[in-house]
Design a protein around this ligand. Structure first.
Ligand SMILES: Cc1cc2nc3c(=O)[nH]c(=O)nc-3n(C[C@H](O)[C@H](O)[C@H](O)COP(=O)(O)OP(=O)(O)OC[C@H]3O[C@@H](n4cnc5c(N)ncnc54)[C@H](O)[C@@H]3O)c2cc1C
Ligand SMILES: Cc1cc2nc3c(=O)[nH]c(=O)nc-3n(C[C@H](O)[C@H](O)[C@H](O)COP(=O)(O)O)c2cc1C
Length: 458
């Protein structure tokens, strides 16, 4: 019950109860419908490839691009009368590859040269030594970003392992730097060649739409950290696209040769727009980030912004909706966690534990009323906020995990899943280490494999 409910008369309360009941049913139905829709797309590929597939299209993807390309490739091959099946890399075995005879790998690289979270088991277990793949024909499409030191690191390691396993390359590895259109066109050429026809459309990234900046609010006045803003954006067309908690938006930087930036969505569609938490990026040399600088300092209210909503499947609630959930994050990472908490509350799931870190309680207590309200009404079972600069020693979210080790083990034993959102450096690696210390290496890998440890970290 919300605090305001206490002041309503009985008939209004009944009305609210009916409304919130309907909202609950609608949220659950929407989540089930979207999950089913996605399963149907995958199932269509499976059905087309029923029997023994001659092609496997295996993917490892963190934020969804490799997955979208893989789905397109499998559909393309099936359309050409071939039998192609999709597989997440972590679920793939060498036996399946040998049975299929031809395998296309579409993989991205994450972290600092790491594999995406849905390829950890494949890399540690299968790629630890060469396999017997001399009878298998393979092709590798590696997605990456050349500004990282380990450019296409995982794609290159995978390709080297395939070579050491004596697999037969169908073509030389194709590397795609930040969605480079020439490299993608070359990939489509190869795909058409393999499919034996060129009459199906190439994969194209969804178009950017015009949105409008409707509001901007500073959340951390007086903070030692860089200013963090809540932005509200609405589509110029007035037609709001659908998204789920955990999804991202991409904003096109007109100032920066068309490169987009990703931001986690903090709102649900029923709030009427996309809410983002954007931190002004400012490095030690005083360099101001192009897009965060523009969004937080320059763009006027009402200004037009090119934006597209992007599904972030690895970070969605999906099958975890009815599990207890532990949300862990820092800084602007609260955005992705807020979206999930709102979805959980709408679905009347109250087994939620939030562990959130910032610098000072006095200036960085973001959404304090909302979070404390959720705690007092029971929508949050446990709330740990840690402010690293307030005490005598630095204390981060990973320290909270260690201190609460017994309770953490109980939650995990009761089937809980973990959602981590925020900084890759420092926070995400520290959380990973603390989880490994408390739960053990194997348990952490199993959680990843089961989709019970999901991350949106950057
Ligand atoms: C999945 C995901 C989710 C994200 N969610 C959020 C979120 O919810 N909130 C949020 O605030 N951010 C989020 N981010 C980060 C966001 O996408 C941007 O990376 C961030 O806003 C910085 O972008 P920018 O254009 O301001 O900085 P950029 O201009 O891209 O600069 C970034 C860095 O590049 C270097 N650099 C680039 N050009 C130059 C140059 N000419 N001279 C010197 N140095 C240079 C600097 O070191 C600088 O520090 C997310 C990222 C990802 C991948
Ligand atoms: C947090 C983060 C870390 C990344 N690290 C690397 C990297 O080390 N090397 C690289 O080549 N690309 C890196 N990339 C770029 C991605 O591989 C690239 O954006 C890719 O298109 C993402 O595909 P996906 O959506 O299928 O995960 C990184 C991207 C993000 C967001």
């Amino acid at each position: 019950m919300l605090p305001t409910d206490l002041f309503l008369d009985p008939s209004s309360r009944l009305y609210c109860a009916v409304l919130s009941g309907l909202a609950y049913v609608a949220v659950c139905a929407a989540i089930v419908w979207r999950a089913r829709n996605r399963r149907q797309q995958f199932a269509a590929v499976e059905t087309a490839a029923a029997g023994s597939p001659t092609w496997l299209v295996a993917f490892a993807s963190q934020t969804g691009m490799a997955e979208a390309l893989a789905l397109h490739a499998a559909q393309r091959l099936n359309l050409a009368g071939m039998s192609a099946q999709l597989a997440v890399l972590d679920s793939l075995t060498c036996e399946q590859m040998v049975r299929a005879e031809r395998v296309l790998f579409i993989v991205s690289t994450y972290g600092e040269g790491d594999c995406p979270d849905n390829a950890g088991r494949f890399e540690s277990m299968l790629m630890s030594e060469p396999a017997q793949l001399a009878a298998v024909y393979v092709g590798v499409l590696a997605l990456g970003d050349a500004s990282y030191a380990a450019y296409c690191g995982f794609g290159r390691r995978l390709d080297a392992w395939l070579l050491a396993s004596h697999a037969q390359p169908l073509f030389a590895r194709i590397e795609v730097d930040r969605g480079d259109s020439a490299a993608l066109a070359f990939w489509h050429q190869q795909l058409n060649h393999l499919a034996g026809s060129s009459d199906a459309p190439d994969w194209a990234a969804p178009a950017f739409e015009s949105w409008q900046l409707q509001g901007r609010r500073l959340l951390n006045l007086g903070s030692q950290g860089s200013p963090l803003f809540e932005l509200m954006l609405v589509p110029v067309s007035g037609v709001l696209p659908q998204w789920q908690s955990g999804d991202l938006v991409q904003i096109l930087a007109l100032v920066d040769t068309g490169r987009h930036r990703d931001y986690s969505i903090a709102s649900l569609p029923d709030e009427g727009g996309v809410k983002l938490l954007v931190r002004l990026h400012c490095d030690a040399q005083g360099y101001i980030g192009k897009v965060s600088g523009w969004l937080t300092q320059e763009a006027a209210i009402g200004e037009s912004i090119k934006l597209r909503v992007r599904p972030h499947r690895l970070f969605r609630l999906e099958e975890n909706l009815s599990r207890p959930l532990i949300f862990i994050g820092n800084g602007s990472g609260l955005a992705g966690l807020l979206g999930h908490l709102k979805a959980r509350i709408a679905a009347r799931q109250s087994a939620n534990w939030l562990i959130y870190g910032e610098r000072n309680r006095a200036h960085d207590s973001l959404y304090a009323d909302t979070l404390e309200g959720w705690l007092s009404t029971g929508s949050l079972r446990r709330l740990d906020r840690t402010f690293s600069r307030d005490g005598e020693r630095l204390r981060y979210v990973q320290d909270v995990l260690r201190e609460a080790a017994d309770e953490l083990r109980i939650w995990i034993a009761n089937g809980a899943a973990l959602y981590v959102c925020g900084s890759l450096q420092g926070m995400a690696s520290g959380v990973d280490l603390a989880l490994t210390e408390v739960l053990g290496d194997e348990a952490v890998s199993a959680l990843k494999f089961e989709g019970r440890y999901r991350r949106d970290v950057y």
